[in-house]
Write a protein of this length. Structure first.
Length: 274
């Protein structure tokens, strides 16, 4: 529900996922300040007079006050001190902490509600759920594929819980636990058939050939079959509708016989001498 019948008109978004959700709700014009990462996922903001501010982790109250905002949207990770400064400045604050797809749907509903766009939020959530279910149904009879997916490479950190859900919907079996530091040797011991790398902040620039060499993964089933992929960062690490693009990338990587190659995914090249 919007604040007593009033929906915020000047929003500061400190997280790309919140910015994407505002775009999906048709409310991008209410953003008066955001981070440079928000512009990366919503480049149309670069054509507007939007103040670029620090992200949730290093948020600065003086920047937010300067934007004359009536709502700040933020998400983990953020520092307690930064949040305290924003609250002290008297600006309404909505902090999000998503882990699962259910959390993401709840966050979309919260943003839509506070912006006075509840029905649009419900439609957006239903659309995402329908797209995920369609992929799940299409892979229901396919062979399950053992998958490792990482969101960081040094140290190796496995992807978020919502990525586990996307992998399962796409016909895969996620190796290990989400959001955990793991060694190259532990991953090798699990013998993944597919490896997906979506490093935070790296875009589509994960050096696939280099990590195989450095981790001595040449004999991994995934390496032998060239089933190691870079998935564009925002498609798996931004908890918003962008995850549908990540789902499509995963589905193609796991079951190319069922899905066409989408944008945002790159396959490792052939080994030298092949």
């Amino acid at each position: 529900m919007a604040f007593a019948g009033y929906s915020p008109q000047r929003v500061v978004s400190l997280q790309p996922s919140a910015t994407v959700t505002l775009r999906d709700l048709g409310l991008l014009d209410r953003i008066v300040a955001c981070t440079k990462y928000c512009v990366d996922v919503c480049p149309e903001l670069s054509n507007r007079d939007v103040l670029i501010v620090s992200d949730s982790w290093s948020a600065q109250a003086e920047q937010i006050v300067a934007a004359h905002s009536d709502l700040v949207l933020a998400s983990v990770p953020y520092q307690r001190e930064a949040v305290a400064d924003i609250l002290k400045a008297g600006v309404r604050f909505l902090g999000l902490t998503p882990r699962t797809l259910a959390d993401i749907y709840a966050d979309i509903a919260a943003i839509a509600g506070v912006m006075g766009a509840g029905e649009k939020g419900e439609t957006l959530i239903a659309t995402m759920q329908g797209q995920i279910e369609a992929v799940r149904q299409r892979t229901a009879g396919a062979t399950r594929v053992k998958v490792f997916c990482e969101e960081w490479g040094k140290p190796i950190i496995s992807s978020e819980p919502w990525v586990v859900e996307l992998v399962e919907a796409a016909g895969g079996e996620f190796i290990g636990a989400p959001r955990q530091s793991v060694t190259a040797e532990e991953i090798a011991a699990a013998q993944p058939e597919v490896v997906l790398a979506a490093w935070c902040g790296a875009g589509d620039r994960v050096p696939l050939e280099k990590i195989v060499e450095q981790r001595q993964w040449q004999e991994l089933p995934a390496a032998r079959e060239r089933r190691i992929f870079c998935v564009e960062d925002q498609l798996l690490n931004t908890p918003a509708s962008t995850l549908i693009g990540g789902l499509n990338a995963i589905a193609w990587a796991l079951h190319p016989e069922l899905f066409e190659k989408p944008r945002g995914v790159r396959q490792i090249g052939p080994a030298t001498g092949d």
